[in-house]
Write a protein that binds this ligand. Structure first.
Ligand SMILES: *Cc1c(COP(=O)(O)O)cnc(C)c1O
Length: 341
């Protein structure tokens, strides 16, 4: 038995999901004739109070399309320095959009309206790029699963409105955020111009992300998706997994959060751990004692059939998910308690 806590992307489709995928009605989605893709796009858009959706192969693609569609060269994107769009998308903002980036130094991946306000460039001075788009990440991956509440989002949306900037959400784990904040998705539509949601993280689908926005933005985004090679044909088999996940695998995220908290509690009592970041959702980040080598720590875990990743100097990340069962939790807690160096 291998316990893979490297990421919530490692899940396999459940038997119910596989069955549902195989039974999907499909067509050519480049001709907009795949009923299952159309259903997924309509369902997610309605869920978040947005007009339209666009199914894409990855969250990197939905984020990069949103940035490309809402910026132009000589403009600037504002985000936290830990943001996935900046750190983990291969420099795509420069490559795809030729836009500049203003990095904020938020708290565990979260920025405030004041921080965003202070990064807005004066628009009457040609030395500066034009501030054009603000991107939030909810939950924040590098921040250890921290989440925004709607009132926090609303104050940042107001700054965007005042300065005529588009407002994007990298919602790779937005369902984790909504659960933790006890909020409903419909309200998001009034604040964001674009939302990227991942079906392949906590939701447990094998592939796929959806970009949400106005009809006009999604039309433009569809052209960009085509040029990136993201126009898929009988993609309904994949979209079906997303529909199934939205129906059956959202409420269970509470289990992931509870298990992550248990891991955090255990780690707090371990002598080899110097700090555990407060566990907010399904991500656990902890710091190893200074004398410990992170790679040898990971190796020791691996010998016990548990996989984790290094996440910054001396830091380790564990992510709970659909395939991390109660018995695996029990075993992992036992291993963590007994490890000694
Ligand atoms: C996983 C992730 C994405 C998208 O990643 P893909 O692997 O391209 O689907 C985007 N943002 C965040 C915060 C993520 O964790």
């Amino acid at each position: 038995m291998l316990i893979d806590l490297r990421s919530d992307t490692v899940t396999r489709p459940t038997p119910g999901m596989l069955q549902y995928m195989m039974e999907a009605e499909v067509g050519d989605d480049v001709y907009e004739e795949d009923p299952t893709v159309n259903a997924l796009e309509a369902k997610t858009a309605a869920l978040f109070g947005m007009e339209a959706g666009l199914f894409c192969p990855s969250g990197t693609m939905t984020n990069q399309i949103a940035i490309k569609a809402q910026t132009e060269p000589l403009t600037e994107v504002i985000c936290d320095f830990t943001a996935h769009i900046y750190q983990y998308e291969g420099g795509g903002i420069a490559f795809n959009s030729a836009a500049s980036v203003a990095l904020l130094h938020g708290e565990r991946g979260k920025v405030t309206a004041e921080m965003v306000q202070s990064a807005v460039r004066p628009n009457d001075n040609l030395h500066y790029p034009v501030s054009k788009l603000v991107s939030l990440e909810n939950t924040s991956n590098k921040g250890g699963g921290t989440f925004y509440t709607l009132p926090e989002i609303a104050t940042i949306a107001q700054v965007c409105k005042t300065h005529n900037m588009a407002f994007h959400l990298d919602g790779a784990r937005v369902f984790n955020a909504l659960l933790a904040a006890q909020e409903a998705p419909e309200a998001y539509g009034q604040y964001f111009n674009s939302i990227s949601i991942c079906l392949s993280k906590g939701l447990g689908a094998p592939v796929g992300s959806v970009l949400l926005g106005s009809k006009e933005l999604i039309y433009k985004s569809k052209r960009i998706r085509k040029v990136l090679g993201g126009g898929m044909r009988q993609a309904g088999f994949l979209a079906a997994a997303g529909l199934y996940a939205l129906e059956h695998q959202v409420d269970r995220l509470a289990e992931d959060h509870a298990r992550a908290k248990e891991l955090g509690k255990t780690l707090q009592k371990c002598a080899y751990v110097s700090e555990v970041l407060s566990v907010e959702t399904n991500i656990v980040i902890f710091k190893l004692a200074p004398a410990l080598n992170p790679q040898s720590f990971l190796q020791k875990l691996k010998e016990k059939n548990i996989l984790a990743i290094q996440f910054g100097p001396q830091q380790i990340r564990l992510v709970t998910h659909l395939d991390f069962t109660p018995s695996m939790l029990e075993y992992t807690i036992d291993v963590l308690k007994k490890l000694n160096f």
